[in-house]
Design a protein around this ligand. Structure first.
Ligand code: SAH
Length: 335
């Protein structure tokens, strides 16, 4: 597999068959090479993001997600602007300089409401970046959010295969709409993140290769890739979680495809593995998201089962793998 790793590092792309082989390979060389590429650009610095889960209301019915509208067991909540600003204050004191506002697709947060929140955060914390992760919105809406000060936007494409997309989503959702939104985000100058779950029901290695080709073409600044984890109140309750090794290989492959990528070791990865953050970083990740939502709502934002809460000793854990957190917006660095 060394030759495939070397080829990927050299050409930043492989053929479908080569990707399929490398995805299931078992060789530390892939991870070592990914770490080296990250170090060349970002050194041993890991960027910390503060995740604020500000609403769990959602109009959608994604089959995998615990926030889905049809999950009547979920206890719904929304945070006020004041509560969101309190999260920012605590996060800022803890050294966080990027706030990630994530939520379901909640019509309560109109452009007017959301731009007001964005402006308030930017007024109070002019040295901080704002990342939005609020699902699909139209071009004009995204434009207003960008003008209000949002810097980045996470919108996983979930799968680049139309049939697989249809197996994970209700008929009213489409891959085309999702991809359109991603292209709008790029055009509007957001640092844009796409991504997908690893081991989602029905996913094949060929699907993952297609995800990698889509990522190559979109050329995002960030990619989120973590394991699928079943949620008990969804149609996928009985499905099994994504494979740790496969997740780590995907992170390493993404790092080699685009060395400057902002690439998180996800909460889902840390949920399926005690050492998930360390393993992710060792495979080339350079971002960790810390939950800074009010403790009172954390249990309610359950997109999958057993989601871990705030982690202690993260600083020490990063030091153990030769890395350190920096107090920085941690913007994308082009090379
Ligand atoms: N409503 C926003 C945020 C969704 S939650 C949006 O549509 O972008 C963020 C991500 O969590 C999703 O994009 C999905 O990839 C992931 N996710 C949802 N359910 C999951 C599950 N059961 N296991 C693992 N990841 C999941």
């Amino acid at each position: 597999m060394r030759n495939l790793t070397d080829k990927l590092a050299r050409e930043r792309i492989l053929t479908r068959d080569e990707f399929k082989k490398l995805l299931i390979s078992d060789d530390d060389y892939l991870h070592e090479k990914a770490r080296n590429e990250r170090e060349k650009i970002y050194g041993n610095k890991i960027y910390l993001r503060g995740l604020i889960e500000f609403t769990n209301y959602c109009k959608n019915n994604c089959l995998y997600c615990g926030l889905r509208h049809a999950n009547t067991q979920a206890k719904r909540y929304r945070l006020t602007k004041g509560q969101i600003l309190e999260c920012c204050a605590a996060g800022y004191d803890a050294g966080i300089r990027t706030f990630v506002l994530q939520g379901g697709e909640d019509a309560f947060y109109t452009d007017e409401v959301l731009t007001d929140v964005i402006r308030a955060i930017k007024n109070n914390y002019s040295d901080c970046a704002i990342t939005l992760s609020v699902g699909e919105r139209g071009y004009d809406s995204l434009k207003l959010l960008r003008a209000a000060g949002a810097d980045r936007y996470l919108l996983r494409h979930e799968t680049a295969d139309t049939r697989h997309y249809a197996a994970l989503h209700p008929p009213e959702m489409s891959l085309a709409a999702r991809q359109k939104c991603l292209r709008d985000l790029k055009e509007l100058g957001f640092q844009t993140g796409c991504g997908f779950m690893v081991g989602s029901p029905g996913q094949t290695l060929a699907n993952i290769a297609d995800d990698l080709f889509f990522i190559k073409e979109l050329d995002p600044e960030m990619v989120g890739a973590g394991p699928f984890i079943p949620h008990s109140n969804t149609p996928f309750a009985e499905e099994k979680a994504g494979d740790l090794k496969l997740v780590l290989n995907i992170l390493a492959i993404l790092r080699l495809m685009k060395p400057s990528l902002l690439l998180p070791a996800t909460t889902a990865l840390a949920t399926i593995s005690n050492r998930g953050y360390e393993q992710g970083v060792n495979a080339g990740a350079n971002v960790i998201m810390q939950n800074i939502s009010p403790v009172s709502v954390r249990e309610k934002y359950r997109i999958y089962n057993n989601k871990i809460g705030a982690c202690e000793n993260l600083t020490q854990r990063m030091q153990n793998v030769g890395c350190e957190f920096v107090v920085s917006r941690g913007d994308y660095t082009s090379v």
